[in-house]
Design a protein. Sequence first.
Lengths: 127, 369
Amino acid sequence: MSAMYPEDLLYAENHEWIRVENGTGTIGITDYAQDQLGDLVFVELPEEGDEFGQGDPFGVIESVKAVADFYMPVGGEIIEVNEELLDAPEIISEDPYDEGWIIKVKIADDGELDALMNSEDYQATLD
Amino acid sequence: MELDKLKKTPLLECHQKYGGKIVDFGGWALPVQYTGIIDEHRAVRNSAGLFDVSHMGEIRVSGPQALDLVDYLLTNDVTRVSVGQVQYSPMCYPDGGVVDDLITYRVGEDEFLLVVNAANKDKDHEWIVDKADDYDVTVTDESDDTALLAIQGPRAEVILGRVTDADLSGIKFFRFRTGVQVAGCEVMVSRTGYTGEDGFEVYCEPDEAPEIFQALMDAGQDDELVPAGLGARDTLRFEATLPLYGQELGPDINPLEAGLSFFVKLDAGDFIGRDALRSVHEDGPERKLVGFEMVDRGIPRTTYPIFDVEDNEVGHVSSGSFSPTLGKNVGMGFVRTELAEEGTDLQIGVRNRKLDAVVIGAPFYTRKG
């Protein structure tokens, strides 16, 4: 199965994706990231209302062997977290771009989106 | 990762063929997983898994005084091991710290094969050669001439039985046979392993290893045999609370605090470290290795600090993981002896937070039957 990188998303160097709709960003990690981590067994998520700057760590993901931080692709306030992941982090592996979303944020500054990559540019960083 | 710079086992191509994710494991190119650590872990618990552990070191000690030397090197009583038997033992420094933990095969009255951790192999060889000075023995490092496959799990005997004429049921736990035909090759087979399951280890010539690997994979097709990587090897040994050198054992950890007193025979013949370990035994170790279960959400990891309920730092985590069999997050760690009782509340320092945990009995997993 080849990895997938949907074209309607923007991507950060740290392997997060963001889907932007009306000033709200839905954020997750890419298929590449989940594949590199291996079997996911734990996530630590922020609380609604928490605010983070672009590039700040906002949570933790752990596989059997590895511990990694999630980083904010853009700054903003957390408006929703995917609490289903707390009991079933494997959803991220099974469906990284839809059911496996991690947080929704109110984007503080649209301008920060310019620093992100489109699908093609992101894939080029993986080669 | 640059494969060129890593040491390779004769099975690298087999791993790649089966989709193994090759990593740098202490300088060796070895698969951490194929399909996934948890899948492979469960396969070994429920059916069988095939591991490449060719990176392990093999050091042969032979000669008229081989028994005297090996017994002096090891804390266990090697004089009680008969030909065809395998024995586990720590090998200690004079201060009781551990040089390595290893298994000894008594191949003949005057011939022993010591199977040691890959990362310690050169150090061990040097240590043994140094101590061998006063003994009439020959010490040979055969690691480069030996490949090692481990087939582990409840279906291991049936699967291995399909590619050998040997009566495997006659090889009991921690026994071995030499000159066994497996897939047309002459090998040494022992009923040993590092997973907490029944299983066998097959020692062979490096150039025969791919053929044996393939023959076993083919023979195990209908029994859900999977190739298994080092990730599953670690979670499997962890659930069985088998010690890992560098985490549960090391130069600064003596075998008594690591819970290995069964393998330290203070009243048998003399061995290196005996005086130091006798005084640890008499005074009681200051710290002990315990098993614990997380009460709060979080995974304990090697080196994380352990605190008592009054927030005093009382030790550290040696190994920790999500346990696929238990479905819980559990760990092992060294704590002050008075906190080693089952049911004692502890806290584990996980990323600037202290998470509740409780001491539980070990091993976390024991196979039935």
